[in-house]
Design a binder for this molecule. Structure first.
Ligand code: F6P
Length: 357
């Protein structure tokens, strides 16, 4: 009998349920006699020993469902080794609960922070396999993460819908797209939705340049403009700051987020009225796209294959259209940002898109 734990950690996204289903179905096929422990709310459940022994039927009917049937939570990696007020040693508690469940392997679905903790558990001697989840697509070791494609569909639809109202009114719109410290989601959605300016964290922006583009569009008779701003976008001035200075500047920022700041800057420099749209968590909500269902299933079944081969300490990643095993030690703590000399950036520039630089 194989005993396998599964947990989902960090911000949720579309594709978690299809991935869980993929792992479970492939495990039942591979071993027949398998007990799956569904750990609740991510690492929190592993720390507190909150889990449920799943039934085969629990994994049916979830392919098209958004969110995660296991629940999730954020347990920051930097606090993992710190003993809290409750006196609990989180790492020791997770090891103890893993051993009490007599797990052969724990499958962890998560993004960047989650992978740092997964690597820590792997280095502590637990058998760990991970799957790359995040709408941000910023995980090292995989060409694409699941969740990204669905969020891209949502973000693109937001830009599409803004286009029609922006055109009718001849207005300037700023749309703020998620993505944390990487610009993937905004870059792809900006290109797919036909934004006029795309601001991403990897290319610091100049407000004067954005104003210049809007003015030149106005002169050309285009009364509207769409400025797609990644939530992690930074100005040229900010890019020159130390980490400490940047933190202080952001803490002192009057506007609720960078999208609002960019809107204000455009208003001041051009005199145009600017509207702001922040789709926020809508981008990670709802059903997974067909591609995410497919990708999550591919990743999930790879996890079962690795377990069968007793190949632990790996993440299933997509490289050149093949699902491969990537060592966790290579993934943990490394952010995958948009290379500024990438073909995507060149393509965008070649059709006259501006990055505000
Ligand atoms: O990592 C996914 C993500 O949606 C980011 O794009 C965003 O910065 C963050 O999570 C939001 O976090 P929370 O769900 O904790 O508000």
């Amino acid at each position: 009998m194989k005993r396998i734990g599964i947990l989902t950690s960090g911000g949720d996204c579309q594709g978690l349920n299809p991935a869980i289903r993929g792992v479970a179905k492939a495990l039942y096929e591979a071993f027949g006699d398998v007990k799956i422990y569904g750990i609740k709310d991510g690492y929190k459940g592993l720390i507190e020993g909150e889990y449920e022994i799943m039934k085969k039927s629990d994994f049916s009917g979830i392919l098209t469902m958004g969110g995660t049937i296991l629940g999730t939570s954020r347990q920051p990696f930097k606090k993992m080794r710190i003993i809290g007020d409750d006196g609990v040693d989180k790492v020791q508690a997770m090891i103890k609960n893993y051993k009490e469940m007599k797990l052969d392997c724990l499958v962890i679905l998560g993004g960047n922070g989650t992978h740092k903790s997964a690597n820590l558990l792997s280095e502590s001697g637990l058998n760990i396999i991970t799957l790359p989840k995040t709408i941000d697509n910023d995980l090292w070791g995989t060409d694409i993460t699941f969740g990204f494609h669905s969020a891209l569909d949502v973000a693109t639809e937001v830009i599409d819908r803004l286009h029609t109202t922006a055109t009718s009114h001849g207005r300037i719109f700023v749309v703020e797209i998620m993505g944390h410290k990487a610009g993937w989601l905004n870059l792809y959605a900006g290109i797919a939705g036909g934004a006029d300016v795309i601001l991403i964290p990897e290319i610091p922006y100049s407000k004067e340049k954005i104003a210049e583009i809007i003015e030149s569009r106005t002169k050309d008779g285009k009364g509207f403009s769409i400025v797609a701003v990644a939530e992690g976008a930074v100005s040229l001035e900010e890019s020159k700051m130390s980490k400490k200075e940047f933190k202080a500047a952001r803490a002192a920022m009057r506007q609720p987020s960078v999208g609002y700041r960019v809107a204000e800057e455009i208003e001041l420099l051009t005199g145009h009225d600017v509207r702001v749209t922040v789709p926020g968590h809508i981008q990670r909500g709802g059903s997974p796209s067909a591609y995410d269902r497919f990708l999550s299933t591919m990743f999930g079944t790879k996890a079962a294959e690795l377990i069968k081969n007793e190949q632990y300490g790996y993440m299933a990643g997509l490289k050149n259209n093949e699902v491969v095993a990537v060592p966790l030690s290579e993934v943990a703590g490394r952010l995958k940002c948009v290379p500024t000399d990438s073909q995507i950036i060149k393509t965008a520039r070649s059709i006259g898109l501006s990055f505000g630089d």
